[in-house]
Ligand binder design. Structure first.
Ligand SMILES: Cc1cc2nc3c(=O)[nH]c(=O)nc-3n(C[C@H](O)[C@H](O)[C@H](O)COP(=O)(O)OP(=O)(O)OC[C@H]3O[C@@H](n4cnc5c(N)ncnc54)[C@H](O)[C@@H]3O)c2cc1C
Ligand code: SF4
Length: 290
């Protein structure tokens, strides 16, 4: 257990955000990093419950009380090892997960829950900054697998198969790897260098990425016969529509289309040259539904 009286001594920290006048001038992440001391105090709030509901609340089964204890004791490297044993990409989930673990945290019954997601992010970022995350190419099994789709599901799948020694190829119909991590989720939650850093690592470990490969369209299904196994991780790519009067009026756009364009714009792509008509509304009033 981190600190038996920790939850009595420390409240949940209000993690600092960048000032609004600064944020309106860029698209970068909103949260600032915090000193290790603050993270340690937050980890100290964990009660190491007999039944850790946080752990079963986490879709990955992250062993949260263990890494809270390790962070409190300053054993960050072991904390990272415990974290990455269940989580392929803690630097993503530590930023964008809806954190059902915190909703399940027992401390949250009569206090604010442990800042699990933020602790997770800090462990992951420290691991990268200390160079504990290094390419680890495996021994090869001689088997070949193809993963179709390069969103978080496809990437996690590719990582697991690669760790098991199989030669992995990821096919992606889009012009860049990442699925909705790339073209759905905006930079203010997840800057794209975080994604690129992980992709570089996967490449160095032997995962092969092929963009512009649309299975069933410009990439014939027959070509998949060269692989021993195929995993489909093609996502949904289907925005939810509204069947209401006036839906066909001009100027109604899906957030999905807007965010794709906006992410491309932030990357520096020329939308006009790509034949995309930019969804712009300068000087106009906009209503956002949802
Ligand atoms: C705007 C937005 C914000 C979000 N924010 C969050 C958040 O903050 N936190 C969170 O946890 N979740 C968030 N989500 C949800 C999250 O992004 C999705 O749950 C997640 O991306 C699904 O991962 P996936 O790998 O299954 O699919 P996707 O990310 O959709 O990836 C599927 C990939 O498959 C490719 N593909 C499809 N068909 C083919 C084919 N035939 N051949 C080759 N490639 C193909 C697609 O081009 C795509 O790249 C958000 C979603 C959106 C839209
Ligand atoms: S924030 Fe981390 S520990 Fe919590 S549910 Fe998400 S992945 Fe699991």
């Amino acid at each position: 257990m981190a600190k038996p009286t920790g939850f009595l001594e420390y409240g949940r920290a209000a993690f600092p955000t960048r000032p609004v006048p600064e944020r309106v001038r860029d698209y970068q992440e909103v949260y600032r990093s915090v000193p290790a001391r603050v993270v340690r105090d937050q980890a100290a709030r964990c009660k190491d419950c007999g039944i850790p509901f946080c752990q079963s609340g986490c879709p990955l089964g992250n062993v949260i009380p263990d890494w809270n204890d390790l962070v409190y004791r300053g054993q960050w490297r072991v904390a990272y090892e415990r974290l990455q044993a269940t989580n392929n990409f803690p630097e993503f989930t530590g930023r964008i997960c809806p954190a059902p673990c915190e909703a399940a945290c027992v401390l949250g019954i009569n206090d604010e829950p442990v800042s699990i997601e933020r602790i997770e992010q800090e462990i992951a970022e420290r691991a990268f900054s200390e160079a504990w995350v290094i390419p680890a190419p495996p021994c090869r099994s001689g088997k070949r697998a193809v993963v179709v789709g390069s969103g978080p599901a496809g990437l996690a799948c590719a990582d697991q198969l690669n760790r098991a020694g199989h030669m992995v190829t990821v096919l992606e119909r889009d012009d860049r790897i990442g699925g909705l991590l790339r073209y759905g989720i905006p930079d203010f939650k997840l800057e794209k260098w975080v994604l690129n850093r992980r992709l570089d690592l996967l490449r160095q470990e032997g995962v092969r990425f092929v963009t512009g490969a649309h299975l069933g369209v410009n990439y014939p299904v027959e070509r998949l016969r060269q692989y021993d196994a195929m995993i489909l991780c093609v996502g949904a790519t289907a925005p939810g529509d509204l069947n209401i009067a006036g839906r066909d009026l001009r100027g109604i756009h899906f957030a999905f289309d807007f965010l794709r364009q906006q992410n491309k714009r932030v990357i520096g792509d020329n939308l006009e040259r790509e034949g995309l008509v930019p969804v712009t509304a300068w000087g106009k009033d906009v209503i956002v539904i949802g």
